[in-house]
Each structure stands twice: as C-alpha cells, then as structure tokens.
Design a protein around this ligand. Structure first.
Ligand code: SF4
Ligand code: SF4
Length: 61
C-alpha cells in the first residue's frame, strides 16, 4: 500500500513533481495532481522537488 499523500490546498499545480516521477505515476489534471498508487515506487523524487512541501511519501519497508 502506498503512503503517498498530497496536500491539495498547498499544491500550486506547477507540474514539477510530474516531471521527476520515474514511473509516470503522477498526472496534472484540472483537479490537481493525481497519483496512480499502483505505479508509485515511493522513490521520493516528487517530495524533494515540490517547492511548497505539498507531497509526503512514506517508506514501504
Ligand atoms: S514517490 Fe517517486 S514514484 Fe512515487 S509518485 Fe513520487 S516521484 Fe513517482
Ligand atoms: S511539485 Fe508540488 S506544487 Fe508542484 S504540482 Fe507537484 S505537488 Fe503541486
């Protein structure tokens, strides 16, 4: 189970996270960033790049 969380109130919809996801699990939609939790490998790239800290990625282990 993915522990990916996104704070939609903080998100600026800049699209930065979408570009750094190695498995293309993120998508920028009109309702904000959408994640495919089945694809996410919890690498943390999106969490690192987000300028407003809207993303929290947990650890699968
Ligand atoms: S943690 Fe990694 S794999 Fe998961 S959505 Fe973020 S960039 Fe993609
Ligand atoms: S990087 Fe952060 S602010 Fe930008 S679209 Fe992703 S979650 Fe939103």
């Amino acid at each position: 189970m993915s522990t990916f969380e996104i704070n939609r109130e903080k998100c600026l919809r800049c699209g930065g996270c979408v570009g750094v996801c190695p498995v293309n699990a993120l998508e920028l939609t009109e309702n904000g960033v959408k994640i495919d939790e089945d694809e996410c490998i919890e690498c943390g790239n999106c969490e690192s790049i987000c300028p407003v800290g809207a993303i929290t990625v947990g650890d699968k282990k």
